[in-house]
Write a protein that binds this ligand. Structure first.
Ligand code: HEC
Length: 126
């Protein structure tokens, strides 16, 4: 399921040059991939599956980079830029904690990332 979505996204981004060039927005399809990836990373941290957790954390970093660009382009969306930047940092923290074999630290970063999703949804999601 997730693989299918990711490859569709990848294909779209290859064709369009960027994930958002096709949609021009942070839309539900994109966010569902974010959610699947986030959940998989969180579960992987729980079972100490470093490989999956690091791969997903990298994916999340890339996706949130797209979100930063989306809000930067949109203008007058400082909170969106701030929260998506914070999400990049937390995704990176997950990756580096896992790399250091610190799964507790990774779990904390993941929980914080979960709260950051909600903060942004409170502001921007209808
Ligand atoms: C910087 C802002 C921002 C962050 C951070 C963010 N989201 Fe979202 N998210 C949105 C917006 C905006 C929408 C609504 C998109 C729309 O309706 O077109 C949304 C929608 C969603 C949806 C709804 C899709 C549906 O089927 O209705 C899910 C699920 C979701 N986000 C998951 C996540 C998860 C998980 C994270 C954190 C790992 C996250 N989001 C982080 C802005 C954000």
């Amino acid at each position: 399921m997730k693989i299918a979505r990711l490859s569709r996204l990848l294909l779209t981004s290859l064709l369009a040059g960027s994930v958002f060039a096709a949609h021009g927005a942070v839309d539900d399809d994109f966010m569902r991939v974010v959610e699947d990836t986030f959940k998989e990373a969180d579960a992987a941290i729980g079972v100490k599956d470093a490989k999956t957790a690091r791969t997903d954390a990298k994916e999340l970093e890339k996706m949130f980079q797209e979100v930063v660009e989306h809000y930067a382009r949109k203008g007058d969306a400082e909170e969106g830029v701030k929260l998506s930047r914070k999400s990049i940092e937390l995704s990176a923290a997950i990756g580096s904690r896992v790399a250091a074999n610190d799964f507790d630290g990774a779990a904390m970063a993941s929980a914080e990332l979960g709260r950051t999703c909600k903060s942004c949804h409170n502001v921007y999601k209808e």
